[in-house]
Design a protein around this ligand. Structure first.
Ligand code: ZN
Length: 360
C-alpha cells in the first residue's frame, strides 16, 4: 500500500511542476501567434494602401503618354484622336461598343469601294488605258460573229438599232462614217439618191465593200405622192440600175423622200417602204452635241434617221457610238434588225421599226 501511495504522490508532484510550465508555454505561443497575425494584417493593409495610388498614377502616366504622342500641331492626328474620343463616348453612353466600331469600319470600307469604282469609271483613266492598249477600244477587232451570223445574236445579250443615212452618196461624210462603223464592227443602211451616184460612185462601192446595206431613195428626191404611176416606177428603177451598175447589188428596200407616201405610192412600188421611228432632226439641228443627244436617247429596236450630207452628223456619231456601244448597243442594217426581231419586211408595206410593229 505504501509503495502505491508513494507512486501516486510522485505523479502529483510532477504534474504540479509541468502544468504551469506547459500553460506558460501555451500562453507564450498564443501571444506569438497573435503578434504574427497582427503583423500580417498590418503588412497587407500597407500593400493595399500602396497599390491604390500607384494604379491611379500609372493610368495617369499612360494617359499623358498617349497625349504626348499626339502632336497637337498635326491636324490629322488630332482629328483621329477626336474621332477616337467620340467613339469612346458613344461606347460609354449607350454601350453599343461593337456596333459603333463595326458601323464606322463598314462606312470606311464602303468609302474605299466607292473610291475604287469611281476611279475605274473615270473617263480619264479609261482613256489612259485605251491609249496604252490601242486594240482594246476597237470592237471591230473582236471575235464577234460576222454580219451574216448576227441574226443568231440573242436579244437578251445586246440592244440592236439600225443607223440609216439618207440623201447620199456624199464622199466627205459617208467615207468617214464607214471608218467609224468599222471601229465598232457595225453596219448601217444608206438610202441613196440615184442622181448623185455617178458623181460619187467610189463612195457607193465603198459602202458595199464595207458590208453596209444600200437602198433606194428615188432618183431626183421628189415627193412621191405627186407623181404618176410611170414616174414612180422610173424614179425607183433608174436608181436601182445605177446601184447595180457600181456594186452588182439590186436594192430590195426603198425609203420615200420626206417619208411621204399614199396608197398610190405603196401600190405602185413592190418593195418594203422603210420609214423610221427615231428622227434625229440632224438636218435642222446642225449641231453635233444636240444631234448626239438625240442619238443617245434611242431605244433598242429603233430605226434612226440621219443624213449623209452634214459634217455635224458625223461628229455626233463619233461622240455617240462609243457611249451606245458601252451600253451594249450594236449597230446593224435595217434588214438585219427586222431579221433579229423576226418581223417580216413586206413588199408594198410600210415599216417604221420592228419594235413599233411588235407594239413594244
Ligand atoms: Zn431624203
Amino acid at each position: 500500500m505504501n509503495k502505491e501511495h508513494n507512486k501516486e504522490h510522485q505523479k502529483r508532484n510532477i504534474l504540479k511542476i509541468v502544468a504551469p510550465v506547459l500553460s506558460g508555454l501555451l500562453i507564450i505561443a498564443v501571444i506569438i501567434l497573435f503578434l504574427l497575425n497582427s503583423q500580417k494584417i498590418k503588412s497587407t493593409a500597407r500593400l493595399v494602401m500602396q497599390d491604390a495610388p500607384d494604379s491611379i498614377s500609372e493610368n495617369n502616366l499612360k494617359q499623358t503618354d498617349q497625349q504626348s504622342q499626339i502632336d497637337p500641331t498635326d491636324e490629322h492626328n488630332s482629328l483621329e484622336q477626336n474621332s477616337l474620343n467620340s467613339q469612346e463616348q458613344n461606347i460609354n453612353q449607350d454601350g453599343n461598343t461593337l456596333h459603333s466600331i463595326i458601323d464606322l469600319s463598314s462606312i470606311s470600307s464602303e468609302k474605299t469601294e466607292k473610291t475604287i469604282s469611281e476611279s475605274d469609271s473615270d473617263p480619264a483613266n479609261s482613256k489612259e488605258s485605251d491609249t496604252s492598249d490601242p486594240e482594246k477600244n476597237q470592237p471591230g477587232e473582236t471575235t464577234e460573229p460576222s454580219a451574216s451570223e448576227k441574226s443568231l445574236y440573242s436579244l437578251v445579250d445586246y440592244n440592236y438599232i439600225a443607223l440609216t443615212f439618207d440623201d447620199g452618196p456624199y464622199d466627205e461624210v459617208d467615207l468617214e462614217i464607214l471608218d467609224l462603223l468599222n471601229e465598232y464592227n457595225a453596219h448601217a443602211t444608206f438610202f441613196l439618191v440615184g442622181s448623185r451616184i455617178d458623181y460619187y460612185s467610189d463612195t457607193v462601192k465603198a459602202i458595199a465593200e464595207q458590208g453596209s446595206e444600200i437602198a433606194n431613195h428615188s432618183f431626183s428626191h421628189p415627193d412621191l405622192t405627186t407623181l404618176s404611176h410611170e414616174e414612180l416606177l422610173a424614179e425607183i428603177n433608174l436608181t436601182n440600175e445605177k446601184i447595180k451598175e457600181y456594186t452588182g447589188i439590186t436594192p430590195t428596200m426603198i425609203r420615200p423622200p420626206y417619208g411621204a407616201y399614199n396608197d398610190s405610192v405603196l401600190e405602185a412600188l413592190p418593195y418594203p417602204h422603210i420609214i423610221w421611228n427615231h428622227d434625229t432632226e440632224d438636218w435642222r439641228l446642225r449641231n453635233a452635241n444636240l444631234i448626239s443627244n438625240s442619238i443617245e436617247n434611242t431605244r433598242p429596236g429603233s430605226v434612226i434617221l440621219m443624213h449623209s450630207l452634214f459634217p455635224e452628223t458625223l461628229e455626233a456619231l463619233k461622240q455617240s457610238l462609243p457611249i451606245l456601244y458601252e451600253q451594249n448597243y450594236r449597230f446593224v442594217t435595217v434588214s438585219e434588225l427586222y431579221e433579229i426581231y423576226e418581223v417580216p419586211l413586206i413588199p408594198h408595206g410600210i415599216h417604221n421599226s420592228p419594235v413599233d410593229e411588235l407594239g413594244y
